[in-house]
Design a protein around this ligand. Structure first.
Ligand code: SF4
Length: 209
C-alpha cells in the first residue's frame, strides 16, 4: 500500500465516520411537521467519498417503508440511467433528498419544510464534498439554487453552488410520466460523464459515452 492509498483510506474512513455521526443526529429529527406523517427518516446512502452527489425531492412510499432513497420505480430508472453513464450508485455516488421525511400523499414539500430540512443536506454536502452535484427535478433545483428557478429552462446547464459544479436535470419520476424527457436527461448525463472524466477520473468507462 503506498502513501496515496493510506491518505485516501484515512480520508474515506473519517468521512464515513462523519456521515454516520450526522446520520445519528438526523434520524431522530422532528423539526418539521413531515415527521408526524412518515414512518422513517430517509437520511441518504452511497459512498461518502463519491465524486457525484445526487439530490432528489423527498422520499416516496417505498422509500418511506424501507428508509432508503430512490428504491421505487423512479429509483430503478435512476439506477439504469446511472449504469448507462458507467456509474454504480453505491460506488460512484451519494444520494439524498431535499427533505428527509415523506410528504403526505407525495405532495411537493412546502417552502418552510425545505428550509427546515436544508441544514441537514448542507451538512451532507460539506462532509461528502462532491465535485459534481446532480439535481433531480424542480424541487431540488429550487431548494438548492433558487426558489424561482424553472427546471425546463435551467436543466442541462452547469451551475455552481459553493464551488461545486451543479447539473440540474429532470427527476426520474417525470420520465416515467413522460418518456420524451429521456433524451434531454441522457444529454445531461453525457455532460456529467465528460466533466467526471475531466475532474475526477480520466479513465472512467461508460458503456454509451
Ligand atoms: S423533513 Fe427534515 S427537518 Fe423535517 S422532520 Fe424530517 S429530517 Fe427533520
Amino acid at each position: 500500500m503506498n502513501n496515496d492509498d493510506l491518505v485516501s483510506k484515512s480520508s474515506y474512513s473519517s468521512k464515513y465516520q462523519n456521515i454516520e455521526e450526522l446520520k445519528k443526529k438526523v434520524l431522530p429529527c422532528t423539526q418539521c411537521g413531515l415527521r408526524q406523517g412518515c414512518s422513517k427518516v430517509v437520511f441518504g446512502e452511497g459512498n461518502p467519498d463519491a465524486g457525484i452527489m445526487l439530490i432528489g425531492e423527498g422520499p416516496g412510499e417505498e422509500e418511506d417503508k424501507l428508509g432508503r432513497p430512490f428504491v421505487g420505480r423512479a429509483g430503478q430508472l435512476l439506477d439504469k440511467i446511472l449504469e448507462a453513464g458507467g456509474y454504480d450508485r453505491f460506488k460512484h455516488t451519494y444520494i439524498a433528498n431535499i427533505v428527509k421525511c415523506r410528504p403526505p400523499k407525495n405532495r411537493i414539500p412546502l417552502p418552510e419544510e425545505r428550509l427546515t430540512c436544508m441544514p441537514w443536506l448542507v451538512a451532507q454536502l460539506e462532509i461528502i464534498e462532491p465535485k459534481i452535484v446532480i439535481l433531480l427535478g424542480a424541487t431540488a433545483l429550487q431548494g438548492l439554487i433558487d426558489p424561482n428557478a424553472k427546471i425546463t429552462k435551467m436543466r442541462g446547464e452547469w451551475l455552481t453552488w459553493q464551488n461545486k459544479l451543479v447539473m440540474p436535470t429532470y427527476h426520474p419520476a417525470a420520465l416515467l410520466r413522460n418518456p420524451q424527457l429521456k433524451k434531454p436527461v441522457w444529454d445531461d448525463i453525457r455532460k456529467v460523464v465528460a466533466k467526471y472524466r475531466e475532474l475526477i477520473d480520466p479513465a472512467h468507462v461508460s458503456p454509451y459515452c
